[in-house]
Every structure is written in C-alpha cells, then in structure tokens.
Write a protein that binds this ligand. Structure first.
Ligand code: S3P
Length: 433
C-alpha cells in the first residue's frame, strides 16, 4: 500500500462493530437457548473465524446485511466438529472457544495460521487442565487438542498474566462447571465478557477481594445484541486527526467501555482536544460520538516532559501501544513505554515491528525487552515499511506515513482485514492533501 502524506483529515465516520464484543456476542449467543440477532457484527476476518468455528460445531448462523443471526445450540447442543477448527489469526477465537470446548463431552482440535501457531497457549491450558479437561499442545502452542469433560470442576484462579482472553476463557468454562468458578485479576482488563454474560442474564458476582464468580452449570435464553463501533479501530483515525493540524473527525457510535478508553485519555493528556457527546448504552456497553480536533497552528505547545506509560496502564492500552509510539514521535517530550513485554506475544512482536518501522522513518528509538522509548518532535520521512503481517502495525504506520515528508509503502498491508477491512478506503475518504 502506497501512502502519500496528508495535510489534514476531515469528516464523519461510522465505525464497524467492535471485534472483542462481536466474538463474545457470537459465542455466548451460540450457547443460549433460542435465536439471537447480533446487529453491527464486526466485519473483521477474526470475527468471521469465530463464526466459522461455531458453524463447524453445529450452530446455525446466517448473515443478513450487517447483522448475524445465531440459532443457539443451548448448553448441551454443540456437536463434535468433523474437522479441526481453524481460528485463522485470532487469539480471541482460540482462547475463548477453548473455554467452551473444555466443558463439552467430546474432543476438538483448534488450529491457526502461522502467527497464531506461535502464540502462547499455556495461559489457558493451565486453568482448563485444573478444571479437568485434557489438553494437548505443541509445547504450549497451537494446535490444541481438547478432550472435554462435562461437568468441569470449578476452580478459584488468579490470572498469572493480565489477559481478558484468559479471564474470558475461564468464565466461559465456568458455565459448564459444577459449582462456583472464581477468577481474580491483579490488573483490570477489558470486561466485555462479564457485560455480555450479564446481558444474557447469567448472574456474575464480584467479591471484595476482586474475584469474579460464576455459578455453573448454567443455561440461559437468547437475546438480541447491538455491537458498538470499535474504539480500537477508531483510535487510528483519531490519532491521524490529532497529528494533522486543523483536522476534524467525528466518529459516531463508538464503544466507550472504560476499560478501552485509555488511548482517548492519553491523547487528551497530550493536549489533543477530544469531545465525547451523545452518550448512551447498548447491550450494557457505553457508546458515544467522539469528536477530535487537530491542533490549530496557533495553539500553545504541549508540555515538554516525556510521557512514561507503564504498570497497569499497559493492559488498558494493549492494542494501541504501537500507535501510541507513533504519536509519541510528534509530541514535544516523546514517549516511553515499559512493562509491555506482552507486546512481543501479539500477532507479531509488536515492539520489534514498531522499532524497525520507526527507525526506517528516521525516528530516534530505544528498544527495551519490555518496551521502547521515542524522542519527540521528529519530522518522520517516507519509507519502505513492513506490516510484519500484523493489522495493528499496518494501521499505525499508515497514520505515521500520513504525517511524513515523502511517500511511504507498507508491505503486507492487506492484513488490516484481520480487524478493519475497510480501513484504507475509509482513511482515504477523510484525507485532504
Ligand atoms: C482481547 C484481549 C487482548 C487484546 C486482543 C483482544 C479480547 O488480548 O490484545 O486484541 O478480545 O479479549 P489479551 O487478553 O491476550 O491481552
């Protein structure tokens, strides 16, 4: 993909449905009794992988425009798949479905593409084995073979890594456990599974020590869901608006779950004018319109201290960190990101991919095992860039390329389809040169 620098971006957009919420809506609707309509289901390849796996497990699924209609199989209605369940590039699909399959009285195999096949699965294997499922893997990596057990044994489990996927995996397994399953997270991660389970009237409890508990076995009825726009997709457009002077972006119907809005708070603290209006709730998820104004040329400069992002901020910003590094190159004090070794275990090694691309554009970058630091106020230059097969890297560097001097080219940019197939078309429709 060739990217020519832009003067500013200007316009109004409607974001496609949130990827994280769509996975959960589809999986939970598949386990419900009755038919659920999911409106604004994410058009991402990742969420299509979830639907295809559910179909292979005997769930009836129809697409109708932007909606998906799921004929729930009920608690015991999934049936053995006649082939391995291919999760594509999607860690969420594999980790959450593993939680469901652990509680079935049949065996399943979960596979993925090359990237997913190199990602760590021990984090879900351990709790699911404690619950009584038998799980085979390649040294803790996919493919996973899951010999389910019904009912599972309930556990009290403290997450060793801050991961919403692992938390969700254990909660979903808890639906098929005999008794109370408890999950404790030391650092707060996105809570879409909790909200979606409650939307389907599955009771959850939060104890004073921070444990989330679910009582199994549990049956529940179908319910229609409306998925908010994806704030992690909006983040790329918001960053472009923030970095290009005199831009104006209005993003409609964006999910504003407080566990996902830290990037908005970061932009604000860096001096970007962001206004949230028309706030409402859809299927227990907060939603609103986000307006971003690029700096006026006459605006006073932002603070010059380097911004340090670390600790429990990392889980709140996990998908936005490469983009934040790009934004940091334009802020007066630069940015340092630490405690983020988890980034090396995403769809690519996102620290390495970000450092290489930023250096190619002329930024001064320090790499750490657990993060990176960039100098601020850098005029990036157009360069040959690489997505490393990772959708969020491709989109972060499309934004960087818009602010650069000279054209850039991103190799392997088609991977944006993993989360945001319409990204380049939408971005181009907003750009003014
Ligand atoms: C996700 C959780 C995060 C995030 C991923 C989606 C989810 O992963 O990076 O893009 O939907 O639960 P981890 O839970 O592994 O940090």
């Amino acid at each position: 993909m060739k990217i020519t620098p832009a003067r500013r971006i200007n316009g109004r957009v409607q974001l496609p449905g949130d990827k994280s919420i769509s996975h959960r809506a589809a999986i939970i609707a598949a386990l419900a009794n009755g038919t659920s309509r999911i409106t604004n289901y994410s058009p991402s390849e990742d969420c299509a992988a979830t639907l295809s796996c559910l179909r292979n497990l005997g769930v009836s699924i129809q697409s109708e425009g932007g909606s998906v209609i799921v004929g729930g199989a009920g608690k015991s209605g999934l049936r053995v798949a006649n082939e391995a369940l291919f999760c594509g590039n999607s860690g969420s699909t594999m980790r959450m479905l593993a939680g469901v399959l652990a509680g079935q009285d049949f065996s399943s195999t979960l596979t993925g593409d090359d990237s997913l096949s190199s990602r760590p699965m021990q984090r879900i294997i351990e709790p699911l084995q404690l619950m009584g499922a038998e799980i085979g893997s390649e040294n803790g990596k996919p493919p996973l073979t899951i010999k389910g057990r019904n009912p599972l044994k309930p556990i009290r489990y403290e997450l060793p890594v801050a991961s919403a996927q692992v938390k969700s995996c254990v909660l979903l397994a808890g639906l098929n456990a005999q008794g109370r399953t408890e999950v404790i997270e030391r650092e707060e991660t996105r809570d879409h599974s909790e909200r979606m389970l409650k939307w389907f009237d599955v009771p959850l409890e939060w104890s004073v020590d921070g444990a989330i508990s679910i009582d199994g076995p549990r049956t529940f009825a179908a319910r229609d869901v409306t998925v908010p726009g994806d704030i992690s997709s909006a983040a790329f457009l918001m960053a472009a608006a923030a970095l290009l002077p005199e831009s104006r972006l209005d993003a409609e119907g964006v999910g504003l779950n407080p566990t996902r809005t830290m990037f908005v708070s970061m932009l604000r603290s860096l001096g970007v004018a962001i206004e949230v209006t028309d706030e409402r709730e859809e299927s227990y998820e907060p939603v609103g319109r986000v307006g971003v104004k690029g700096k006026l040329r006459a605006d006073p400069p932002s603070p010059v201290d380097s911004t340090l992002v670390r600790g429990n901020l990392i889980a709140q910003l996990i998908d936005e960190l490469p983009l934040l590094a790009v934004v940091g190159t334009q802020m007066p004090g630069g940015i340092e990101i630490r405690d983020a070794a988890e980034l090396r275990r995403k769809e690519s090694d996102r620290i390495d991919a970000t450092v290489r691309n930023l250096r190619a554009m002329g930024a001064e970058v320090q790499e750490f095992e657990d993060g990176l630091a960039v100098n601020g106020r850098t005029q990036l230059r157009g360069a040959m860039l690489d997505s490393y097969g990772d959708h969020r890297i491709a989109m972060a560097f499309a934004v960087a390329a818009l602010t650069a001097a000279g054209d850039s080219e991103i190799a392997g940019a088609e991977c944006v389809g993993v989360s945001f197939p319409d990204f380049f078309r939408l971005l181009e429709s907003l750009v003014e040169r």
